[in-house]
Design a protein around this ligand. Structure first.
Ligand code: 0RA
Length: 654
């Protein structure tokens, strides 16, 4: 072959492989949800996570310690790291630049570095090429070997071959992409969502500095909105953040670290005065909501080691009843993070680790380190065992209280609380229940409802703060007992005290309706906290909603309009205004549900044709937990601040 023939041959090869690649990325554009989950705001944020994960991988290899993220004015996003830089040289097999391969071939991302596996999560590990495919424009810059390289793409297609455009003393990669607004429902990034994930990543990967800047927003002092996330002590710092508003029992979290069969394990745990178990687990930086073998291994190791220590110490001798696994985790906050080379994800949402070998690995590491800790820290060990004894005692009291409640409710005939105005519908999928703040609003709701499918349960005043109360207290609270019996669910058996018998659930829409003011939102938070801690399943299944009553009734002549926000009110008065004033208008501020008559309540808040319900979802259980513990915990000041800043409530992210 002559040189010219060879060039021609290479060119045709280039075109051929290029076409194949385009087909790959075209598939991503045709069915984006298959690759990134969905095209909602969630998928949009996953684009950033995917790019950042590549930099995190580089950092975990020890090559990078800074990642800078910028949200630009047009909602394009830049991610810069100081790693080795994506290789730009010829990729032998593909016959083009490795950078181009990484950016345009599905799953090509980590395949260069043999021996090291891609540990960081990413979105289903699809790679940065998916981000490229779903961006109208992407620029990749690489700083490497003293040079600056660049390649740009449109909807995943290279606009030109990789070229060097200058010199550089630094190493690293800079990716800037603009999500395609013909694919995503929204392309507006939410700062808090990104900040929350970056904070989490900084705790999970100590030593990396992650900065986030928002060019869309300037602060009062003229600077850009932004945060720097960095953690020196990793998971121990994470625990301190999560338990910020809880009273801790031992001075420092217990930190456990080890590695077996190429599986690094990191754990931190702390006990506090609350009664909630607060476990968060991760595999390769991905949150495993449904738990799995790593969590099972942790529980096993914890129970066995603590039990054996407690028995040996003689502290259990006076106890008249048994201790079970739950007792060791009451009032405990723990984070378990493992890195698994080939993770198997199972479960409904694919967030449950299936690899069996991980169970024994975590169990062993926990047992070893914890036993050592207990021996070395007799004072802390004693505090922990006392807490476990308290938990067992409380559980015992709770069982007695529960048995009493259940025996009583059998006696009341129908078994339903007297305060419940039930609906006639018997199919749970078609039936709704409104949990209404106060007897008077409850009365209005009862008049206004469609009794065929809407049940009303009024709740009196503030319900018990379950975040602070001993578990057995929840069976003393009439409001809480009424909720359980009206919904038809009982708390399960002793062994599995938080499992709900969901098949008995009588309504698939549970709607919390409170006044649209601070008190109302506090009461809604109390009710939500209760659902969050004791009926998690209902939230998980999407059965819990919040009603949205209007803030204002505006009247001019015969026209009546409702406003759900200050903005809306301003817009209407402006539209109606003749002389810039509110003359001739009647504006009524609804201070409570009670100020509406039955018909108004029906049209604005209860009629399925016109109402707006906010579904409670736990997108981020970590933030939800942090918020709940703050809102319901001991510290009053942060709570007041938070409620004042977030009176709208939606911000809670649940
Ligand atoms: C493969 C090999 C090498 C670096 C990378 C990938 C890399 C990828 C990304 C993505 C974002 N930032 C990144 N930084 C590095 C290095 C191979 C070598 O230099 O020997």
């Amino acid at each position: 072959m002559t040189a010219e023939e060879k060039r021609e041959f290479d060119n045709s090869q280039y075109t051929a492989s290029n076409i194949q690649v385009l087909e790959g990325l075209e598939a991503v554009r045709k069915r984006p949800a298959m690759y990134i989950g969905d095209v909602s705001v969630r998928g949009l944020h996953h684009l950033v996570y995917e790019v950042v994960d590549n930099s995190i991988d580089e950092a975990m290899g020890g090559y990078c310690d800074r990642i800078e993220i910028i949200i630009h004015k047009d909602n394009s996003v830049s991610v810069l790291d100081n790693g080795r830089g994506i290789p730009t040289g010829l990729h032998e097999k593909e016959n083009r630049s490795a950078l181009e391969v990484v950016m345009t071939v599905l799953h090509a991302g980590g395949k260069f570095d043999k021996g090291s596996y891609k540990v960081s999560g990413g979105l289903h590990g699809v790679g940065v090429s998916c981000v490229n495919a779903l961006s109208t424009h992407l620029t990749a810059k690489v700083y490497r070997e003293g040079k600056e390289f660049i390649q740009e793409y449109s909807c995943g297609k290279p606009l030109y071959e990789v070229k060097a455009i200058g010199e550089s003393k630094n190493n690293g990669t800079l990716i800037t992409f603009k999500p395609d607004d013909s694919i995503f429902i929204t392309t507006d990034y939410d700062y808090d969502t990104l900040a929350s994930r970056m904070r989490e990543l900084a705790y999970l990967n100590r030593g990396i500095t992650i900065t986030l800047q928002d060019e869309r927003e300037t602060m009062d002092d003229g600077s850009l909105k932004g945060d720097v996330f960095f953690s020196e002590n990793g998971l121990a710092d994470f625990i301190a953040y999560l338990d910020e508003n809880r009273e801790k029992l031992i001075p420092e979290p217990i930190a456990i670290e080890g590695e077996r069969s190429d599986v690094p394990v990191e754990i931190a745990m702390q006990y506090n005065t609350s009664f909630a178990e607060n476990l968060h687990s991760y595999v390769n930086n991905i949150s495993t909501h449904e738990g799995g073998t790593h969590l099972a291994g942790f529980r096993r190791g914890l129970t066995r080691t603590l039990k054996s220590y407690a028995e040996k110490s003689g502290m259990l001798s006076k106890l008249k009843f048994d201790i079970n696994g739950d007792d060791f985790r009451e009032g405990m906050t723990a984070i378990i993070s493992v890195k698994v080379p080939e993770p198997q994800f199972e479960g409904q949402t694919k967030t449950k680790l299936g690899n069996n070998e991980v169970m024994g690995i975590v169990d062993q590491i926990v047992s070893e380190h914890l036993a050592y800790y207990l021996e070395e820290h007799p004072k802390e060990a004693k505090t922990i065992v006392n807490k476990v004894i308290l938990a067992a005692t409380a559980r015992h009291a709770a069982r007695k209280a529960r048995e009493l409640v259940q025996r009583k409710s059998v006696l009341t005939g129908s078994g339903l609380p007297g305060k419940l105005s039930d609906c006639s519908e018997r199919d749970p999928a078609q039936a709704e229940i409104y949990l209404v703040e106060g007897d008077s609003a409850g009365g209005t709701a009862k008049q206004g409802r469609d009794r065929r499918f809407q049940a009303i349960l009024p709740l009196r005043g503030k319900i018990l703060n379950v975040e602070k109360a001993m578990p057995h207290k929840i069976f003393d609270s009439d409001e809480i007992k009424n909720m359980f019996t009206a919904l038809g669910v009982t708390i399960g058996t002793d062994e599995d005290s938080k499992a709900l018998n969901i098949e008995k659930l009588r309504y698939h829409k549970i709607i919390i309706m409170t006044d649209a003011d601070i008190d109302g939102s506090h009461i809604a938070t109390l009710i939500l906290t209760f659902f969050f801690r004791y009926m998690h399943d209902l939230i998980e299944r999407g059965y819990v909603y919040i009603a949205t009553p209007p803030l204002y009734l505006l009247r001019k002549g015969k026209t009546e309009l409702y406003a759900w926000s200050e903005d809306e009110r301003a817009r209407i008065t402006q539209e109606w205004s003749v002389d810039g004033t509110e003359r001739g208008m009647h504006i009524q501020r609804y201070k409570g549900l009670g100020e509406m008559n039955a018909e108004q309540l029906w049209t604005t808040t209860m009629d399925p044709a016109t109402r707006t319900l906010r579904q409670v979802t736990i997108e981020n259980s970590l933030e939800a937990d942090h918020v709940f513990s703050m809102l319901m915990g001991d510290e009053v000041a942060p709570r007041r601040e938070f409620i004042e800043a977030n009176a709208k409530y939606a911000k809670i992210d649940i």
